[in-house]
Design a protein around this ligand. Structure first.
Ligand code: NAD
Ligand code: DAU
Length: 343
């Protein structure tokens, strides 16, 4: 599908800002409208030089605001919507689930309704493998795996997926859902495993590992996720779901040890802390359908990706300082109490 103007939502967040960069670099004729309300996880510093591009229009606002979404769709004559905007952190959903329903469910519904009313040609929902629940020691999630979300975060994402499906089934709207595994790379807010561990290790602070550290995630470098989303948007079939994954299953402890080795820090920094309630044990994605039907495959190996991610965080202390001032400190004080173990 060829488009002249895309509305990207949540484009000041981790994956969204990487995706905006990707579009501006790879699609020289495309206009990108970027709607982001700038929560703690969204930061204009993550958009850097994109803010100077005449083809990038940043708008501060919420996907739950129907009037603002309607005006943007009309004003820019948007012909495709790609929805990244979300509350994305599982731990926060456990302590405060309401905003997850507000943004992830109501926000997606608002966007769908306005996109439909504006005759937007295609709507892509950026979803997650967490909607499938947790795996045992073997197997992987396919697009046929029943949804069985376990956390308030994944339940809200599954709710959004059901709404996207319903808009396709009921109204014949052209929709795509992508479900991706754990991303890592530049501009990820340091509440997530990899940037948090890099940041703490560099400051010789304890690295808080949940439970026994043997929960497994399937890691994908963020630029590979961006390429997959764009391939799904352009070449996917209406109404379809595409799983996206890196075939990089790793126990958390292995990642934490790798980061310590890269940074020349001692394993004594590892601190086992109370497990995340309802912690999903293992995720693994079968991305065979995306590889076959979209002609997509990851380009970055885990070894390359983790080395360049660590290097990026080491070289971008100013960005880290900017995004962690204020709210971050309060969040960790709440998570870890007076012991403040992560800081
Ligand atoms: P993030 O938390 O880094 O960024 C989310 C962005 O959405 C922020 O810029 C925030 O300001 C914005 N936002 C929040 N509420 C909004 C609202 N009401 N209106 C407009 N903007 C709003 O998240 P991320 O890690 O970049 O994830 C992006 C999307 O990808 C999410 O939908 C997430 O569920 C999905 N996803 C993430 C991963 C991952 O590993 N990070 C993997 C699979 C899928
Ligand atoms: O699978 C895709 C999902 O990946 C996305 O949908 C989510 O938006 C994204 O946040 C991510 O969810 P996870 O819960 O898997 O990511 P997180 O980085 O929070 O945790 C990764 C693993 O590391 C998980 O098993 C919990 C563990 N962990 C995490 C933190 C923050 C720790 O052991 N210690 C920590 O301090």
């Amino acid at each position: 599908m060829d488009c002249r103007c895309i509305l990207v939502t949540g484009g000041a967040g981790f994956i969204g800002c990487n995706f905006v960069r990707f579009l501006l670099e790879t699609e020289p004729a495309l206009e990108v409208v970027n709607l982001d309300v700038l929560t703690y996880a969204g930061n204009l510093a993550s958009l850097g030089e994109c803010l100077n591009s005449p083809r990038h229009h940043f708008v501060r606002g919420s996907i739950t605001d129907a009037e603002q979404v309607r005006a943007l769709l009309q004003q820019h004559r948007v012909d495709g919507v790609i929805n990244f905007a979300a509350e994305s952190h599982v731990d926060r959903s456990i302590t405060g689930p309401l905003v997850f329903v507000e943004t992830n469910v109501k926000g997606t519904l608002t966007l769908l309704a306005e996109a439909r009313a504006a005759n937007v040609r295609r709507f892509l929902q950026v979803s997650t493998d967490e909607v499938y629940g947790s795996l045992g020691a073997t197997g992987s999630f396919t697009e046929q795996t029943p949804l069985s979300p376990n956390s308030p975060y994944s339940a809200s994402k599954a709710g959004a997926d059901h709404l996207v499906h319903a808009f396709h089934h009921t109204y014949g709207m052209d929709t795509i859902i992508t479900r991706c595994s754990n991303n890592y790379g530049p501009y990820q807010f340091p509440e997530k495993l990899i940037p948090l561990m890099i940041r703490n290790a560099r400051q010789d602070k304890p690295l808080p590992v949940y439970g026994d550290g043997m929960n497994v995630r399937d890691w994908l470098y963020v630029s590979d996720h961006c390429a997959a989303i764009w391939a799904a948007f352009r070449r996917g079939a209406a109404g379809e779901v595409y799983n996206i994954g890196g075939n990089n299953e790793k126990p958390n402890l292995e990642i934490v040890r790798l980061i310590l080795r890269h940074l020349g820090k001692p394993e004594s920094l590892i601190t086992y802390v109370k497990d995340r309630p309802g912690h999903d044990r293992r995720y693994a994605i079968d991305s065979g359908k995306a590889r076959r039907e979209l002609g997509w495959q990851p380009a970055v190996t885990f070894e390359q990706g983790i080395a360049s991610t660590i290097e990026w965080y080491v070289s971008n202390q100013a960005w880290l300082d900017q995004v962690t001032s204020g709210e971050y400190q309060a969040y960790y004080a709440k998570m870890y109490g007076n012991r403040d173990r992560a800081n």
